[in-house]
Design a protein around this ligand. Sequence first.
Ligand SMILES: NC(=O)c1ccc[n+]([C@@H]2O[C@H](COP(=O)([O-])OP(=O)(O)OC[C@H]3O[C@@H](n4cnc5c(N)ncnc54)[C@H](OP(=O)(O)O)[C@@H]3O)[C@@H](O)[C@H]2O)c1
Length: 329
Amino acid sequence: MYSFSAERYQNMSYAACGRSGLKLPRVSLGFWHNFGDTASMENMKAMCFTAFDSGITHFDLANNYGPAPGSAESNVGRILRDHFQGYRDELIISTKAGYLMWDGPYGDWGSRKYLLASLDQSLKRMGLEYVDIFYHHRMDPDTPLEETMGALVQAVRSGKALYVGLSNYDGETLARAEAILREERAPFVINQNRYSILDRTIERNGLKETSRRLGKGIITFSPLAQGLLTNRYLEGIPADSRIRTDGRFLKESQLSEEMLSKIRGLNEIAAARGQTLAEMALAWILRDDVVTSVLIGASRPAQILDNVKAIQNTAFTEEELKRIDELTL
Ligand SMILES: NC(=O)c1ccc[n+]([C@@H]2O[C@H](COP(=O)([O-])OP(=O)(O)OC[C@H]3O[C@@H](n4cnc5c(N)ncnc54)[C@H](OP(=O)(O)O)[C@@H]3O)[C@@H](O)[C@H]2O)c1
């Protein structure tokens, strides 16, 4: 069994999810990429160890992470069983349901049938008795919100989840969902949404302001725009980068000349601040304390070590913010 560093809590800071008692590390690790069956188990283990040794107590999964769907949960389950025995109470493990997971009408979206069956499957794959946060993964235009929220409430009441989260909701739907969950006294604490220097949707669709008003946390996914907001693509497209190894969600076409010139400009601002571009991109999100945590992905331990340094300087001058906006808006 791996032996974790005794100093692991010294260099991380923790923030509460809105007005709740649940604290998350300001940098969390996601398992969307690089934890499926095509990835190396040794590298997966090394990333989990580096993360926990750095104070990253929050691992974020979903039923469909892979490939194949479900394999990230199975792989993490193995790592937890083999190396994290005795640490369950120091970890926040999240999972979600809401995207296509199995064939037929009950393996997608937001029905009670789907959510509760999927949670049982996730627990089995991970070898856990409960998850800390169970999310509905995306808004469902067809299922009544009362039914979806009712399934999340049931997940908590049955002891299979401690807290409720919503992902990819907009401000208006969040407000309606929150009213239902409040009436049920459900411990709904956090929204998970995409947010980065390059994607400001939650500033426009009401999610950020509604979360603030309702006292809910926000955890931001793809804070590095899947690697674009790093030094990864400054000198071309490396063979081991996400664009080349897994072009499902980050495509070469996104790396236009216009995008590259934005990245180069941002890289210069970061260098002047004494940060890597990745560190600055994360710090830019963390400067607003409505954001509880940035949810990073990584393909190797060194990236995790770089990214946790972001918390050391999250202050920006007005001039820096203006230049970032001028380059990217
Ligand atoms: N709720 C949702 O709908 C949803 C959707 C998407 C993601 N998520 C969650 O958010 C997590 C993070 O998403 P993401 O992977 O897109 O996040 P990201 O942090 O924007 O991108 C991660 C990628 O950036 C590169 N990278 C990271 N740190 C770096 C560094 N310091 N220097 C250079 N390159 C670096 C790596 O790419 P290379 O592979 O090229 O090295 C890494 O795989 C997911 O794992 C998942 O848990 C949730």
